[in-house]
Design a protein around this ligand. Structure first.
Ligand SMILES: [Zn+2]
Ligand SMILES: [Zn+2]
Length: 909
């Protein structure tokens, strides 16, 4: 199965590390007693005997780590605690972190909930009147207090008077008593006002609440936009402000407040492979860490492993008890300093079925199996189905649970549950303030599911000639060097890994544009679709298909980007898919895409709720299973992880039990191998596998081990602001000639003048060069320091790179040669010899990607030699040939200098 291959693929690397980890741990065993380990807690849970071998007991002991202990450990770790963000929500155009999302800003558990002004105290959720931009007094609700460029402001949900509502809502009914009425306005981008512009409180009666003794205005309806049209709905249908679920407590005076945003992940996979070793995992991440930190393996904290047959409900009880404590806040002392701890569950993720269980909704294949709305099966991809009007609202679901519980027969209860798509309150229910918001569906699977479906539809209309043509073009297609080979998109599409599906969507629009014509698509489909879409020519059907693929690729990229997503975009896209393929639709995975934009707003970006990395982490832990004694393996796993995390804690400068910096471990930790293990684990973006830094460098050196003459290390790089340039695979004369150069001599290549110019303009060295000898290499790698972090840059011959020019300008160029030259100061300098791509300000009309023109060999109006440090660290760029009729699948017409930039590349996790 796909999942199994997925697993094997990923385990290949980590297993190697895991072995090493275990053997190192053996060495450390004697020291183990002295480690300041975390305490492993345990409790008894019932197990379902039908799922386990018959000899099993009906009750079993499970092991877990305490939440509080995790948090204290994190706060005591000097290399993490300085990087945690505790503060109000932040308004940012680049949305990357949890605190850039609405949920953080609005909830008193995470963001700032109260301000004190001259006009009194204001709490988020309060109704107010305020001065709008033109000094008119307006009404609104404070959604949150957020930082805008370092200044605390208020984000407002506007309340409209009768005069202000859209004209077609101004009915006689609404006019009655209009002076006492307001309408809530739902906008995607809420207005932000200065705190100074808040005038006063205002007492509002939301008509779904009990009538208060006094009020200024009442609100009965919400005005909202759906499919670009204004609509209206009752006030009971709104997501309540988090403040309505929580009691505010003022922190004790003078004690720093630390609010923790908990990100809980539950994985229950393992129904394949060896079921006796199947384990669920409950993991914790801290949303106060930046996305970059959260991606690191070491920052995935384990709560515990759920033994086979046990229920998450039972397992998680002690953890939830601690969440409750955290919600009600408590004071801790760390290094003799007091802190006020607060926080709660900010986000809970799991796979689609388990996520629905936790949210209390029936599984996704039920009639009403969406955890965000009441879309029936047949409406899943119906664009006119109003997901806002038919949204699930927490307070209403509560009433429904109650209603079901009070029914007197079991049959009646089952029937009503089916009608509403409800399963019953989930295990986290009392700790989740809005089960329909805090448990978002996974975008990684949703987007890939959509692409896979579209691929399936596309394949179904190909003729056999079309199939072989796609394979032929796909084989020869220009893919990024860092990608592993993709499986055959036609034959193996059913067993694709998610990462493969996403990658295929980034190149397929280009491939289709090259190879689709009327012979490659079934004529029946062309005829019918041309009629159905009222197109003038069958060719237009093909064009539409390519264009839709381009839009799918663009949308997939956007959903994982840091831009603020626009509503409706994905709906339009589905509409287009459905127009092309009548059988495209009504799948839960496709439907989820409709909710992603809202989720992204709550959590900053879709990347923050993707389970991709978390799934891999769970696989790694499961990967340790075969190496342990099978008896009591949950405990053994936790002990190993405990040791691992404690060593990490000590290497990071944490204190041991006596409050001392560890000296015993200083030596062991200095062992570079172990250090790499502990600090180097990270998840490599581009090939979705897990490596350590060390392993990565081994990979790269593998080719060159035999001949060390071939490689060169330059360490003194003060002048060019980067360190340790590794040069690999030196060219021999044959290589040099094959690449179109003449000899390892600047003069003979006619490059002397240009390189002197480079020395002058980049290094202010204005003198004749003493040496004209140069060396050519195939690749180079080096490290630069950017925003306090080290980043590794690799350059290979043939790569297209972005080059930094003066005044923040940059350009794209293809690397033709990597040159080392010894400067007059006896220091080595490394340059690249490039061919520029010129932006000709045109776009491909189907792919909507910019077209560039490659600099001709004879054109020397732009310098071709630049220091290697001008290569920007941005992610990969890719140019593909803008083929014309003279090109074939694997041969491109060399007199055609036009290239299209592939704008669809992205890394999903
Ligand atoms: Zn839905
Ligand atoms: Zn071509």
């Amino acid at each position: 199965t796909a999942a199994y291959q997925d697993l094997i693929q990923i385990l290949k690397h980590p297993l190697f590390k895991v072995d090493e980890l275990c053997s190192n741990l053996q060495k450390l065993k004697s020291y183990r007693q002295k480690l300041p380990l975390m305490e492993i807690q345990s409790h008894m849970v019932p197990i379902n005997i039908h799922k386990t071998p018959s000899t099993s007991k009906e009750i079993t002991r499970t092991y877990y780590f305490s939440l509080t202990e995790h948090l204290i450990r994190i706060l005591q770790n000097p290399s993490i605690n300085s990087k945690l963000y505790f503060g109000p929500g932040v308004y940012n155009e680049v949305c990357e972190e949890f605190w850039h999302g609405n949920l953080w800003a609005e909830s008193p558990l995470f963001g700032q909930s109260k301000i004190v002004t001259e006009k009194g105290n204001f709490v988020c959720g309060d109704f107010i009147c305020y001065y709008a931009s033109n000094n008119n007094v307006k009404y609104g609700q404070i959604r949150s207090f957020i930082m805008v460029k370092g200044i605390l402001k208020a984000q407002i949900q506007r309340l409209l008077t009768f005069d202000e509502i859209p004209l077609h809502f101004k009915s006689q009914d609404r006019l009655m008593n209009a002076s006492k009425k307001l309408w809530m306005l739902e906008e995607t981008i809420l207005p932000i006002i200065d705190i100074l512009n808040i005038v006063d409180h205002c007492i509002i009666w939301l008509e779904d609440n009990i009538l208060p003794s006094y009020y200024n205005f009442s609100i009965a309806e919400i005005i909202y936009k759906f499919n670009n049209r204004w609509k209206i709905r009752g006030i009971s249908l709104h997501h309540q402000h988090p403040i309505e679920h929580l009691q505010l407590q003022d922190p004790p005076f003078g004690i720093p407040v630390l609010k923790f945003f908990l990100d809980l992940y539950y994985d229950d996979f393992g129904t394949f492979r060896n079921t006796y070793h199947s384990l669920g995992g409950v993991y914790l991440q801290i949303g106060n860490m930046s996305q970059k930190l959260r991606k690191q393996l070491q920052n995935h904290f384990i709560i515990g492993l759920v033994p086979f047959g046990a229920n998450i409900h039972d397992f998680i009880k002690p953890f939830l008890e601690e969440v409750r404590q955290l919600e009600h806040d408590f004071v801790i002392t760390i290094n003799n300093k007091k802190y006020w701890l607060k926080g709660g569950l900010g986000i809970v993720t799991a796979d689609l079925p388990q996520g629905n269980d936790i949210a209390g909704i029936l599984r996704h294949n039920a009639k009403y199996g969406c955890r965000s709305c009441y879309a029936a099966k047949e409406d899943l991809t119906n664009i006119s189905f109003d997901t806002i009007l038919n949204s699930r609202y927490h307070q209403i679901t509560n009433l429904q649970f109650k209603e079901i519980q009070e029914l007197n027969s079991n049959n009646a209860r089952i029937q009503r549950s089916t009608e509403l798509g409800l399963r019953g309150p989930g295990p986290l229910d009392p700790y989740i303030h809005d089960r329909h918001l805090h448990i978002p569906q996974d975008p990684y699977h949703a987007v890939a599911g959509k692409v896979a479906r579209f691929l399936e539809c596309t394949c179904s209309i190909l003729t056999s000639q079309g199939e072989s043509s796609i394979i032929q073009y796909w084989k020869a297609f220009e893919t990024p060097r860092k990608w592993a080979r993709l499986p055959n998109p036609i034959k193996h599409r059913h067993s694709f890994m998610i990462s493969d599906v996403l990658r295929l969507s980034m190149i397929l629009p280009f491939i289709l544009k090259r190879c689709l014509h009327s012979g490659t698509i079934k004529s029946e489909y062309l005829t019918v679709t041309k009629e159905r879409l009222s197109l003038s020519h069958q060719n237009n059907v093909i064009k539409k298909l390519v264009k839709t693929w381009a839009l799918v690729a663009k949308a997939s990229k956007e959903i994982f980007s840091t831009i603020i997503l626009q509503p409706g975009y994905y709906d339009n896209l589905s509409q287009m898919n459905i127009m092309l393929f009548l059988n495209f639709g009504n799948l839960p995975n496709l439907h989820i895409n409709r909710h992603l934009v809202d989720h992204a707003r709550n959590y900053g970006t879709c990347t923050n709720m993707s389970v991709g990395i978390k799934e891999m982490v769970h696989r790694i832990f499961k990967g340790i299973v075969p190496h342990t004694n099978k008896h009591n393996l949950e405990l053994i796993l936790l002990q190993q992880i405990n040791t691992f995390q404690t060593l990490r804690y000590l290497t990071n400068g944490g204190l041991d039990d006596q409050g001392q910096h560890s000296t015993i471990f200083a030596n062991i930790i200095a062992d570079p191998k172990l250090k790499n293990l502990l600090s180097g684990w990270y998840i490599k973006n581009y090939n979705l596998s897990i490596h350590s830094n060390e392993e990565e460098s081994l990979d790269n050196d593998a080719d060159n081990v035999e001949n060390s003459d071939n490689t060169s290390l330059i360490t003194n790089m003060t002048l060019i602001r980067c360190s340790d340039i590794y040069l690999r695979s030196k060219w021999c004369l044959q290589d040099i000639e094959a690449a179109g150069f003449i000899s390892p001599n600047l003069h003979k290549n006619g490059l002397l003048g240009e390189i002197m110019q480079v020395y002058f303009s980049y290094y202010s060295m204005d003198q004749a060069l003493l040496s004209t000898h140069i060396h050519f290499y195939n690749s180079a790698s080096y490290t630069i320091k950017k925003d306090g972090d080290y980043q590794k840059i690799e350059v290979h011959i043939g790569d297209v790179v972005e080059i930094a020019l003066v005044e923040n300008e940059s350009g794209f160029a293809s690397v033709d040669a990597i040159i080392k030259h010894r400067g007059n100061d006896e220091q080595d300098y490394v340059f690249i010899y490039i061919t520029w791509f010129e932006d000709i300000s045109r776009q491909d009309e189907l792919l909507l990607c910019p077209i560039y023109q490659l600099q001709k060999d004879t054109n020397h109006s732009w310098y071709r030699i630049h220091p290697i440090s001008t290569v920007k660290s941005t992610s990969e760029v890719l140019f593909v040939h803008n083929c014309d009729s003279r090109c074939t699948a694997d041969h491109h017409e060399t007199s055609n200098f036009k290239y299209i930039q592939n704008n669809f590349l992205f890394t999903a996790i």
